[in-house]
Ligand binder design. Structure first.
Ligand SMILES: Nc1nc2c(c(=O)[nH]1)N(C=O)[C@@H](CNc1ccc(C(=O)N[C@@H](CCC(=O)O)C(=O)O)cc1)CN2
Ligand SMILES: Nc1ncnc2c1ncn2[C@@H]1O[C@H](COP(=O)(O)OP(=O)(O)OP(=O)(O)O)[C@@H](O)[C@H]1O
Length: 208
């Protein structure tokens, strides 16, 4: 018998959505991935400006890999480079088990090493999970987001454990592909909502 997740017209489960969204991402061409990364990198200064991100405070970014928006076929990291080029202090996440994400600085590709899940992580001094409270903006990876600020991640719960540590002035922005702002997403009590959604072509929109 079909469970609630399979019934037409009812919400699909998080894991079904992840499978479908990842398959769609993996089907995108190299040219499309380059275009997304270039658009995100070009828009980064304006995005930070429009969020009134205090230049004295760091920005938390992520190292996009594989089919994530911002990742490039040759491993170049134009979004991170764009942030450094305008003088921003960049912090990147370090997965430390089930604890909230730790953070360390990024200046160039040489600061990165292989991490868990096929990720790249910063190898420099870790500044502690509380560093998200210093950040003006936290840019988070997502498989999809909705207009009410719900974010669907990879399912590790890493950002859901870290985002409760931000300060009231920190702005949280989810990056998704142009087709990944969905009308509605499944939500659980631990899910932390984002303040804005940033898409490569469509740009930045605030959430309700
Ligand atoms: N670029 C990036 N960094 C991130 C995240 C993310 O989603 N993307 N995370 C967000 O929380 C945290 C790490 N969690 C992650 C968990 C799974 C996968 C992932 O790609 N998993 C593969 C399976 C590979 C494997 O597990 O060995 C997959 O889902 O296809 C990535 C990140 C912190 N850093
Ligand atoms: N604040 C929290 N404290 C403890 N466990 C949590 C917390 N938030 C989430 N989790 C755990 O993480 C699991 C995965 O959560 P969820 O599916 O919402 O992840 P996600 O937001 O998609 O992943 P990520 O943030 O890593 O991209 C949950 O089932 C829950 O057990």
């Amino acid at each position: 018998m079909a469970g609630p997740a399979e019934r037409p017209g009812t919400a699909r489960s998080k894991s079904e959505l992840r499978t479908e969204l990842l398959a769609r991402r993996r089907a995108r061409s190299e040219a499309e991935r380059w275009q997304d990364a270039a658009n995100l990198a070009a828009a980064l200064p304006d995005v930070l400006e429009s969020l009134r991100a205090d230049p004295a405070r760091p920005v938390c970014l992520y190292v996009p890999v594989r089919s994530e928006p911002g990742a490039t076929p040759n491993g170049a990291l134009p979004v991170l480079d764009a942030a450094v080029a305008i003088g921003r202090r960049v912090l990147l996440p370090v997965v430390s088990g089930d604890a909230p994400l730790d953070w360390a600085g990024f200046r160039d590709r040489g600061d990165l090493r292989d991490g868990p899940h096929g990720l790249l992580e910063p190898s420099g001094r870790r500044v502690g999970p509380g560093a998200v409270a210093d950040a003006a903006v936290v840019v988070v990876p997502a498989l999809a987001a909705s207009p009410d600020g719900v974010r669907l991640g990879r399912g590790g719960g890493h950002y859901d454990r870290s985002l409760p540590l931000i300060s009231p002035s920190t702005v949280v922005v989810a990056v998704v592909g142009d087709t990944e702002l969905l009308p509605e997403l499944p939500v659980e009590p631990h899910d932390v909502r984002v303040h804005a959604v940033w898409r490569p072509t469509a740009g930045l929109v605030g959430t309700a």
